[in-house]
Design a binder for this molecule. Sequence first.
Ligand SMILES: [Zn+2]
Length: 266
Amino acid sequence: MRISLRQTFITLTLTALVVACATSPLGRRQFVLISDGEVTQAGVASFKDMQKKLPQSKDARQVAYVNCVAAAIVDDIPRLQTKGTLRVPSSWEVSVFDSKDVNAFALPGGKIGVYTGLLKIAATQDQLAAVIGHEVSHVLAGHSAERYSETMASQVGSVLVQATTGVNGQLIDMATNAFILLPFSRTHETEADLLGLDLMAGAGFDPRQSIALWQNMARAGGSKPAEFMSSHPSDETRIRNLSERLNTAMPIYEQAKAAGRQPRCS
Ligand SMILES: [Zn+2]
């Protein structure tokens, strides 16, 4: 039997619909055209690319400090309350990039990048935890897959090709673009803020410090906006959303302290 182009298209559309049934950890419906395996592969490839392009910190104490905060955040993931799907990578890796830029990111596949310039603004372990919690939350919520799917859908012709060929060189470029260069939407930023707040609180970091962090950020400004500042909700909206969320984050924090989760990263 000869399969018509139309039938092929319908099959692909159905496949897409099946893949598209996803819900973010905060209960929002998501449009996702890419499998977890593909998004992980692309994230790992993007990270290797970054590691080649940027020098890494040789300050062992600094690296240990960032790893200490990241490990506490990641350890809290199983305790996170969720209304949807958490995309939890099988392992995590942290790179501290030697760069004046005030920036950080986390990629599917569990890859976390922190720039040394950030450590001047995120001045305490709790403030650094707010940034890492935010970045890790983008991964847990599958935001890159969504952003990537939007890029794919906007290039309908190539979607048919990509759906059958998987991740290749061109896709890695597109992934790097979608994962690192393009800003997240406001919806994604707000979700990462709120989920990140729960995450840092559960790890035993003071969630109130997230507000101090965004205030530091706003004051610092800078020519090259960081991931978490690039398409951010206005500072006031962000701080108001975080303040409201403290109603749920503070009890989580108190519980964490009572359970002995009190990170001492220095
Ligand atoms: Zn963000």
